[in-house]
Design a protein. Structure first.
Length: 309
């Protein structure tokens, strides 16, 4: 099965994953905003150590009305821009399209299905350290694995397409897998995101400094244990031991400022709703109060209030 792809949001994630697919020979169309003219003229550069590459001719678009339809649409926008999806996706999806939201947070697929009730929707969790270094220039720091799953329309045909997406990424050099439980994928990624994204902003630091301090390390573990307890309350069986394993995994990570810290430093909107509010709301519906998570959200809103941002 030979799939073609549309990338909606060619920032760090879209540039990296879309670039990897295009570099491996797949047909990939990229939606760009501020970088459109630059990429159209100069191409796309992905720095990834010995695996760095440059795509000279990029299928670049600045309007989805001009984009062709594709078998798979990878949405790599920040969730703060998801209100644009209704208009962005309408020209490029039909009954055969699968849209995969490779985004941080939870409950995004449910919201999208309200606007597109017949659309096949999936989601993805990327464990990756990368950032946009400049126009058309992505810097990949560490990791890069991708797990995807379907939210709805779980027919054998759609599952086969998702597994082909996994195969395409594997052939391109990306550790990837399909998981039938997208809700579980989302909660597992929140263990890291709720702890590190917000705390790096609140304490104005990066991952290695948090990990090397006993007090902040203990705090991070407390936050992770809360997320794990919330996931269990919502029916996702995650063991407490995952918190310590996540910390050990982060110990091995190249020192890194996560996406929310980069957004804060650039004075861009933060993904507070998708990562913090939605998780706390879902947990509350199942009788669990995420006190630490809600506290971090309040701190982030203070820091990004008009008088402080």
């Amino acid at each position: 099965m030979d799939l073609n792809y549309n990338i909606i949001g060619t920032g760090a994630l879209g540039g990296f994953y879309g670039g990897i697919l295009a570099h491996s020979g797949k047909q990939v169309n990229f939606l760009l905003h501020s970088d459109y003219d630059y990429v159209l003229e100069n191409g796309l550069q992905v720095d990834s150590g010995e695996n760095s590459f440059h795509i000279d001719k990029v299928n670049a678009y600045n309007d989805t009305n001009k984009m062709p339809k594709a078998d798979v649409v990878l949405v790599t926008l920040k969730t703060t821009n998801n209100h644009l999806l209704k208009s962005l996706l309408k020209p490029i999806v039909d009954k055969n399209t699968i849209v995969i939201l490779i985004q941080n947070g939870i409950y995004m697929e449910e919201r999208l299905s309200e606007d597109f009730p017949q659309l096949t929707i999936g989601g993805g969790s990327a464990f990756i350290c990368c950032y946009k270094a400049g126009p058309g220039h992505i810097h990949h720091v560490d990791y890069g694995s991708l797990t995807i799953g379907l939210h709805n329309n779980k027919s054998l045909e759609n599952i086969d397409i998702m597994k082909q997406v996994v195969s395409d990424f594997k052939l391109a050099g990306i550790q990837s897998n399909y998981d039938d439980n997208l809700f579980s994928i989302r909660w597992k990624k929140l263990i890291w995101n709720i702890a590190f994204n917000g705390i790096c902003v609140v304490l104005n630091t990066q991952t290695n400094k948090l990990m090397n301090n006993p007090s902040s390390r203990a705090m991070l573990k407390d936050i992770m244990l809360e997320v794990i307890s919330a996931a269990r309350a919502c029916g996702v069986p995650i063991e407490d031991e995952i918190a310590e394993k996540t910390l050990i995994h982060t110990d091995k990570m190249t020192p890194y400022a996560p996406s929310m810290k980069l957004d804060y430093d650039a004075k861009r909107p933060l993904e507070i709703e998708a990562i913090y509010d939605n998780a706390a709301s879902l947990a509350a519906k199942h009788g669990y109060d995420m006190k630490l998570t809600k506290m971090i959200a309040k701190e982030l809103r203070f820091l990004t209030s008009d008088e402080n941002y």
